[in-house]
Design a protein around this ligand. Structure first.
Ligand SMILES: CC(C)(COP(=O)(O)OP(=O)(O)OC[C@H]1O[C@@H](n2cnc3c(N)ncnc32)[C@H](O)[C@@H]1OP(=O)(O)O)[C@@H](O)C(=O)NCCC(=O)NCCS
Length: 180
């Protein structure tokens, strides 16, 4: 497995990188599937950093989006690192490429971001996968904003990761913005 991992700010994304990302997005979520995706009506936050796993000398095989959000937990301010948009090309799965992106995100949160803990949302089928990387299920309530209104997030499951403080697994987290 010869693959390289790159992290860069989304504002620095080149046209070619943007094209590669859209191509990967279409391979993972063909238009006929994304048109039926129940989450398409939700407002989602965009990433601030891209983690790109590149193999075979240049192919974008896996992607993880990263962001940092000022939020609160039980009314107290917290800085949360987020990951979202995790995807691997269907022909490149099972080779640890998403794992490389997830580990890089963990390193970024520990070394380069002032975050207390990290958070992701996922389908129940992926809980076991993320647990391998020390993510644990958040059993409390997640408040988000949708078009300016505070709405409880119940669309899929919520997982958290200890970074500079132990991540809470209960209580109420308010993301003070859309989910990712
Ligand atoms: C989930 C995904 C990113 C994993 O990418 P990957 O590069 O193949 O991941 P890795 O090689 O690091 O790990 C592969 C493992 O993930 C498991 N896995 C992948 N998708 C899974 C799913 N939907 N449910 C349960 N396990 C899953 C595989 O079974 C495999 O397990 P194994 O190691 O025991 O064989 C990829 O399957 C994908 O792009 N899926 C569609 C998009 C998606 O669901 N993204 C997650 C959004 S939260």
């Amino acid at each position: 497995m010869t693959a390289a991992v790159f992290l860069s700010a989304t504002v620095d994304r080149t046209e070619e990188e943007g094209l590669g990302l859209r191509r990967l997005g279409r391979a993972v979520y063909p238009p006929e599937e994304s048109a039926e995706w129940p989450g398409r009506h939700l407002e989602w936050a965009g990433s601030q950093w891209d983690i790109r796993v590149v193999a075979n000398g240049g192919d974008l095989v896996s992607y993880t989006g990263v962001l940092v959000r000022s939020a609160n937990h039980n009314g107290r301010p917290v800085q949360i690192g987020g990951i979202g948009g995790v995807k691997t090309h269907p022909t490149a799965r099972g080779r640890g490429y998403a794992a490389m992106g997830l580990r890089r995100a963990g390193e970024f949160f520990r070394n380069d971001a002032e975050v207390d803990f990290a958070l992701l949302v996922c389908d129940p089928s992926l809980i076991e996968y993320y647990s391998r990387f020390a993510w644990k299920e958040f059993e409390g309530r997640l408040q988000t904003s949708q078009h300016g209104e505070t709405v409880e997030f119940v669309f899929n499951r919520v997982m958290v990761l200890d970074v500079h403080t132990p991540a809470p697994t209960n209580g109420t987290i308010d993301l003070l913005g859309p989910p990712w």
